[in-house]
Design a protein around this ligand. Structure first.
Ligand code: GN1
Ligand code: MG
Length: 375
């Protein structure tokens, strides 16, 4: 079925919307199908069909999102903010349920459209990175007293780096695509870092790091920036909100946001880790989250960046060995190129680890967590 015709008048009506409202597909996002219904600012809605192959339990997702957005709403109201702009909110179906299941068994949800704010694919300058840091730091701070253990684990072991390492070993053992012979250098790189993989999960197990509410997809395109001021408005795409480590959310933003090239750039001389971009993100992040984090969490932020980069490199390499079954690829070596690229970035970050720690300490010393109160 054509994407445009998926979102039918029946679906609009199920959410109490005008069945004759104009519907336009929104083409961002690779997983769910997203539409905007209505053409009057202030009376527009996002309708999303949740991809049930990627997310086998949409009702768990909606329970997580419902819990977190209600909690955020209360906090934003208490601070005199505008919850209609500063958090996503769920518009239930007429039945009162957060999902409507269509005739084909597909789950749909509805959210009021946030006006006057836009998602950007990549950071165009340092101030956009600082805003992204602020938005995810603020998300972390506002949810710092949410009972993280009550959230469903939407994708089990998502950022369990030792488990990701074991999945690579499994892929080597099975050698499904007959490619192991081509990746000896990459495997040696990974094996050398086996102990590193458990660095943060080990601290969690020992009770030295708290379990937090984490977003797990902390890229630039998952925040909205105000169209007039450029300031961060809202964190979006809450599908992978789960219990996790603060350093992983911070680190995943750095992996993507502080690299000088795309994650599949094959000219590795272009793949550099840029400390200025790291510093801009850290400044925004710490100005919002700094005082909600424990001293040990603050110390682990650079490791979070290294481990998130190493982990996705392990995942790309394992997927290459498994015959490209998970990540979408455009050509046969795509996953291998991505793995090499991420490993290059890991080396760059390892060399900059001291500087990364120093920047966190200097930013904390110089910041005065002023911005959090300003907004
Ligand atoms: C996937 O689909 P996208 O780009 O939002 C992956 C992330 C990886 C990323 C690497 C659910 O995210 O964990 O970091 O690719 N998401 C999932 O590009 O596996
Ligand atoms: Mg996503």
């Amino acid at each position: 079925m054509d994407n445009n015709t998926l979102c039918t008048p029946q679906i609009l009506a199920a959410f109490g919307l005008d069945p004759g409202a104009a519907v336009k597909p929104l083409l961002s996002g690779h997983i769910n199908s997203t539409f905007v219904a209505g053409d009057q600012p202030g009376d527009r809605y996002i309708l999303q069909r949740i991809n049930r192959f990627v997310f086998p339990s949409p009702s768990d997702i909606m329970e997580n999102i419902g819990g977190v957005t209600e909690f955020l709403r209360e906090k934003i109201l208490a601070r005199g903010g505008d919850p209609a702009r500063e958090t996503l909110s769920i518009r239930p179906a007429g039945s009162g349920a957060p999902l409507y299941i269509d005739g084909a068994g597909e789950p749909w949800r509805c959210m009021p459209y946030i006006e006057g704010a836009t998602s950007h694919e990549t950071p165009e300058n340092l101030s956009m990175l600082e805003e992204a840091g602020w938005a995810f730091g603020n998300f972390q701070r506002m949810l710092s007293d949410y009972p993280a253990h009550t959230l469903h684990e939407i994708i089990p072991d998502f950022h369990n780096t030792p488990a990701r390492f074991r999945q690579l070993l499994e892929a080597v053992k099975n050698d499904k695509a007959g490619r192991v012979g081509q990746v000896q250098g990459e495997l040696a790189f990974a094996y050398k870092r086996e102990q590193e993989c458990a660095r943060l999960t080990g601290l969690l197990e020992k009770g030295e790091l708290p379990l937090r509410v984490t977003h797990n997809d902390t890229k630039m395109s998952n925040i909205l920036l105000d169209d007039e001021t450029g300031k961060a408005v809202c964190v979006i795409d809450l599908d992978t909100v789960m219990p996790g480590l603060c350093a992983f959310d911070f680190g995943d933003s750095i992996r993507a946001g502080a690299a000088t090239a795309a994650e599949d750039e094959t000219d590795l001389s272009k793949v550099r880790f840029d400390l200025a971009r790291y510093g801009a993100y850290a400044k925004g992040f710490l100005s919002a989250a700094g005082d909600a984090l424990t001293p040990q969490e603050l110390e682990t932020l650079p490791d979070g960046a290294i481990l998130m980069t190493l982990e996705v490199g392990l995942r790309f390499l394992a997927d290459y060995l498994n015959g490209d079954v998970y990540f979408r690829t455009a050509y046969p070596q795509h996953n291998l190129d991505r793995a090499r690229n991420q490993f290059k970035l890991v080396e760059e970050m390892e060399a900059a680890r001291e500087d990364m720690g120093r920047i966190i300490r200097e930013t904390l010393a110089g910041s005065g967590a002023g911005r959090a109160a300003e907004k």
